[in-house]
Structure formats: C-alpha cells, structure tokens
Design a protein around this ligand. Structure first.
Ligand code: PGA
Length: 256
C-alpha cells in the first residue's frame, strides 16, 4: 500500500486526477472503475476541467460503476447511473460516452442474475485498469458492508442502517426514502482490478483509515482486504490520517 498524506482534500483530488490523466495518456482505451459518494467529486471536477482544457479525454475508455441501488426510479437523481452521468458524461464532461458507462441494473427483474452478468461483463472487458474507491465510516468499499465474504463477487446486498443514515443526506434527510438493497461489486471483484486508488478525507473516516492501513484483515472492516492487493494507493488528508500510528514513516516513504 502506498499511503499519501496531504494537507487537504483538494490536494488528494489533484493527485488522484493526475493518476487518471497519466493512465489515459498511456492507455487511451483504459477501463476505469468509478465510485459515487462525495469523496471523488472534487477529482471528477478536476477531470472535467482537464477535458474542457483539451488535456484529457475518456472518449475511448469504458467505465464500470461500483454499485447501484435496487429499486430506485430510473430517473431518480440519486440513482448512481444518473449521478455518474452528471459527473462524467453529460455535456461531454470528460469525453466518456453514455454507452461506455456500465452500471449494475438495480431495476432488473432478477437483480441476482443482473449482478452475475455485471461481474462477467467486467471480466470480458479484461478487468478494470484503475479502480477509484471511497470508504465508508464503517470500512465498507462499494456497498460491501461489515460481515460479508472477503471473496464475494458482484451480488445483491442489504444496506446497513448506518449507511442508509449516511446517505439520507441525498434523500431529503429522510432515511425512509433511502433504498434498503443494492447491487455491489464484491470484494473479490474489486480486488481483481489492476490498480486501486482509494481516497478518504475528513475526520469521520479516521477510524476506517486506521483499520484499512494498520488493522488486521477482517470482514468486520471490509476495506482491509486491500492489504492483500499488490498495487493500492491510499490518499488521505490530515484529518483522515489522524489515527495512523506510522504516519511519519508513510510520509517519508511517499517522499522518497
Ligand atoms: P462518501 O462515501 O464518499 O460520500 O463519504 C464513501 C462510501 O460510502 O463509500
């Protein structure tokens, strides 16, 4: 794990956007793994700005979302497909084409079959080249909540009360409007990405970041499975890094 500790969230975003820009410069047909949530939004804003300046284009890329709600209206603004369209596709935001943005079908008649098909589609494209991740305060990645299988593939799951509470801010602050189920890439699906880039900012993430980097690998903190991946970059701001015992060493290693 490469752990970069930055003074602010915006510096994390600058570094993350540069990693993506470098990837598409060297591999214009890269397969991107894209996350929703607040954390990657500043990175997406920088990517849109770089595209507007003619410095980057995802025109030949494909992108796979991490997860999707089950049973959310197709035109609901918080449906993850719609969120990602707004950030990356609409008005030629980054050059990414709508038909090349893949999201799990949370409204399929059989969401379990749709989850399997989604997993197969990722494998058929040769896997994700660079997976962007946020992390939940409870250590989830995608919607892989504590206590799931560390070797799961894309599957239908139940959202914890905490995650629904966290996400209520996107649903008029009303937890009863937050869907109860999701389709999520499994931990093994995420682990099959060639490179992983996890961003965590803010005080609410400090415990999860501590476990991610320094805890034991455990289904209780799902993100800890990333310790078993050979190419993970973790970008954190000072607030999220506050509990790291080896912060000084990580800074030294990052700089050298
Ligand atoms: P956030 O969510 O980026 O909105 O904090 C991250 C996550 O729940 O994975």
């Amino acid at each position: 794990m490469r752990i970069g500790i930055f003074p602010s969230a915006s510096e994390c975003a600058t570094y993350a956007a540069q990693m993506l820009a470098d990837l598409v410069a060297s591999t214009p047909t890269a397969v991107l793994g894209v996350a929703t949530g607040s954390t990657p939004e500043p990175t997406y804003a920088l990517l849109r700005a770089a595209h507007a300046a003619g410095e980057l284009s995802f025109a030949e890329c494909e992108a796979f979302a991490l997860d999707e709600y089950v049973g959310i209206d197709a035109d609901h603004p918080e449906r993850y497909r719609n969120v990602l369209l707004r950030h990356l596709v609409t008005d030629d935001a980054t050059g990414l084409r709508a038909e090349n943005l893949h999201t799990p079908d949370g409204n399929a008649e059989d969401p379990h079959a749709a989850a399997l098909a989604y997993d197969r589609a990722i494998a058929e494209r040769g896997g994700v080249d660079l997976q962007i991740l946020g992390i939940g305060a409870d250590g989830h990645i995608g919607f892989n909540e504590p206590g799931g299988a560390l070797v799961s593939r894309t599957h239908v799951d139940v959202l914890t009360h905490q995650t629904r509470l966290d996400n209520a801010r996107f649903f008029d602050g009303d937890i009863t409007k937050v869907p109860t189920h999701c389709v999520t890439q499994g931990l093994a699906t995420i682990m099959s990405a060639k490179k992983i880039l996890l961003i965590a900012t803010g005080d609410a993430k400090r415990a999860a970041v501590k476990e991610l980097c320094e805890g034991g690998v455990s289904a209780f903190w799902p993100a800890t499975i990333l310790q078993m991946h050979e190419d993970v970059t973790v970008l954190v701001d000072e607030a999220a890094a506050a509990d790291l015992a080896l912060a000084d060493f990580y800074r030294e290693r990052w700089e050298n």
